[in-house]
Design a protein around this ligand. Structure first.
Ligand code: SAM
Length: 326
């Protein structure tokens, strides 16, 4: 098994996808070149919405198209499943699809065809029929837990479900936000939640919110250690690790080229992820005030610290072991 460390200068969710590009490329080429299939079913788990939603899937298709052209092989039919939770904004993705298809067609009128489908549901449960999927990618999503548990470990059900759905020899590349140290309370892992907690407490002092609302709220986010990730893979037993890399991602620069302060940028990025989750509990009317207080706390924090994030990119192959029922 190969373990390498890559260091990156700046990072956000998009940069994490780009950093894992080589590993995805290697995995998809291994799969494609094993028998040059004319049809491939690929899925992105936790695709989100907006410009990144089609990025991972597009990369996969582009890699295969480039290879098949080099080899003089005809087009592939891709069936692409975009998965996220049911309340994800799938409509925004769907409305961007005509433009996406048009661009692909303009680039190569005789190119591979691509059929895109939304697959709402939790990736901890079943999403697809037995042995129907060839390739799965997932980026920056598996640190969201399915439920509050006493034992905070990555949830094995994500592998158990995929082990039924992915064909033998099929591949899966997971990019997981994790932690380098065993201590889950280490500052680099917790600063965002400390800043969010401070912002929430500001709203309590300003009488926007009741303190009980904060005490009764749990965020289902858990960055795993490498040992925990490996234990889950071994515990499931139906996937073999082909490659594993540890990526260190730095946050945005103190002031971006566009003049936006790092804390403001951070609060804005985090808002995109957290707002849909927070609205139910804290109310839509609280969001502007909450994230403007959060930006203040992030700016304070970044003026004294420059935290780094750790990601694990794990490339897995579905082996021929029978999956256990659960
Ligand atoms: C930080 S975004 C990552 C988006 C995209 N993959 C990227 O790399 O930019 C995490 C996504 O995972 C989704 N997610 C979280 N838990 C999920 C679950 N149990 N099943 C499906 N999607 C989930 C969230 O809704 C969110 O859209």
């Amino acid at each position: 098994m190969e373990v390498q460390a890559i260091r990156m200068k700046e990072g956000d969710d998009k940069n994490i996808i780009l950093a894992s590009r080589e590993i995805v490329k290697e995995a998809i080429l291994d799969l494609y070149c094993s028998n040059f299939p004319e049809r491939l079913n690929i899925a992105d788990m936790g695709c989100s919405t907006g410009p990144n939603a089609m990025l991972a899937i597009s990369e996969v298709m582009n890699v295969i198209d480039q290879k098949r052209r080099e080899l003089g092989i005809g087009p592939v039919q891709f069936q692409c499943f975009l998965n996220d939770l049911p309340w994800n904004d799938f409509n925004t993705i769907f409305t961007a699809l005509p433009e996406f298809h048009e661009k692909r067609l303009n680039k190569d009128p005789k190119g591979s065809s691509c059929f895109v489908e939304g697959m709402p549901g939790s990736f901890y449960g079943r999403l697809f029929p037995d042995k129907s999927i060839d390739f799965v990618v997932s980026s920056s999503s598996l640190h969201w837990l399915s439920q509050i548990k006493c034992d905070f470990i990555p949830d094995i059900h994500v592998l158990k479900s995929r082990s039924k759905e992915i064909v033998t020899g099929g591949r899966m590349v997971l990019t997981i936000i994790g932690r380098k140290v065993d201590d889950p309370t280490e500052e680099d892992n917790c600063f965002q939640w400390d800043c969010m907690a401070n912002a929430l407490m500001d709203l309590v002092s300003e009488r926007f919110l009741e303190e009980e609302m904060i005490d009764s709220y749990n965020i289902l986010f858990y960055p795993s250690s490498l040992t925990e990730v490996m234990n889950v893979i071994r515990g499931d037993g139906t996937f073999t690790v082909d490659r594993l890399e540890i990526i260190e991602v730095e946050g945005p620069p103190t002031v971006g080229t566009d003049g936006v302060r790092k804390g403001d940028q951070w609060a804005m990025n985090l808002r995109a992820v957290l707002e849909p989750i927070f609205i139910d509990h804290f109310g839509r009317e609280t969001m502007d005030a909450l994230f403007s207080r959060a930006a203040y706390h992030f700016n304070e924090f970044f003026s004294i610290r420059n935290p780094k994030f750790t990601c694990f990119v794990v490339s897995l192959v579905r082996n021929d072991r029978k999956s256990s029922d659960f």
